[in-house]
Design a binder for this molecule. Structure first.
Ligand SMILES: NC(=O)c1ccc[n+]([C@@H]2O[C@H](COP(=O)([O-])OP(=O)(O)OC[C@H]3O[C@@H](n4cnc5c(N)ncnc54)[C@H](OP(=O)(O)O)[C@@H]3O)[C@@H](O)[C@H]2O)c1
Length: 220
């Protein structure tokens, strides 16, 4: 049976761009809604039973959150919700498919954020959770070498439904673009190219790749 990539959250945004790159026939998609795609499984990875899949060569875990508030307005529930969808969902998926990944010498891509390498106002909860994701990825890269490679892609603001509230006017889009050294916001395809690179490069593990218009590293 031909091996496929499991794209958790491949129904939209960055995950869909990854599916479009490989073709639906080469991917299995999990999401809570949207069942138009081939090989699509409706499933909430935080609560539902995960589907049995034997022919996996890689996993991309896309569910995430952008919950920006001043620190004093963030509740314990906010921190827990961000941690659950970003970290514990990935933990659940990776524990479930660990054996098949190991058997197939698979590859994993998780998502961090530019707000891990740059301190950013109002990002305390998401940065705490995504810091956990990056640390999880490096730990697993060590624990699972040489059988399974694990890398993180860390975007800055990217044009998906997740970021809709930050990009829902021309003025907001223009301001967001101008904050980046490369003067544009990311497209899902910009980020997907890095995901594909991580999945396919057989000498890459334990890395965090910033795809962020230069935001994390340069000032112009
Ligand atoms: N967009 C940005 O500006 C940005 C910036 C930095 C980091 N990131 C990170 O990049 C990753 C991808 O972001 P994105 O913008 O592509 O997100 P998105 O457009 O919201 O897509 C998320 C995908 O995950 C699915 N999903 C969410 N919760 C799920 C659950 N519990 N069970 C199963 N599927 C679930 C969604 O489908 P359903 O809702 O139908 O389940 C959707 O297919 C995230 O980890 C995000 O934190 C994004």
């Amino acid at each position: 049976m031909e091996e496929k990539y499991l794209i958790v959250g491949g129904s939209k945004g960055i995950g869909l761009a990854v599916v479009n790159h490989f073709g639906q026939e080469n991917c299995i998609v999990i999401s809570r809604s949207g069942s138009e795609q081939a090989n699509h499984v409706l499933c909430d990875v935080l609560t539902d039973d995960l589907p049995e899949i034997e022919n996996l060569k890689g996993i991309v875990y896309c569910p995430g959150s952008i919950n920006l508030k001043p620190f004093h307005r963030l509740s314990e529930e906010d921190f827990i919700a961000d941690y659950k969808v970003n970290v514990l969902g990935a933990v659940r998926v990776l524990q479930y498919y660990f054996r098949v990944l190991k058997r197939n010498k698979g590859s994993v891509v998780l998502f961090g954020t530019v707000a891990n390498s740059q301190g950013m106002s109002f990002h305390a909860s998401i940065a705490a959770a995504k810091g956990g994701v990056e640390a999880l990825a490096r730990s697993l890269a060590a624990e699972w070498a040489p059988n399974i490679r694990v890398n993180t892609v860390s975007p800055s603001l990217t044009d998906t439904s997740l970021a809709e509230g930050l990009l829902n006017s021309d003025q907001k889009r223009e301001n967001a673009a101008m904050r980046h050294p490369l003067k544009k916001i990311g497209s899902p395809e910009d980020i997907a190219k890095a995901v594909v690179f991580c999945l396919e490069n057989e000498w890459l593990t334990g890395q965090t790749i910033g795809v962020d218009g230069g935001m994390s590293t340069i000032r112009v």
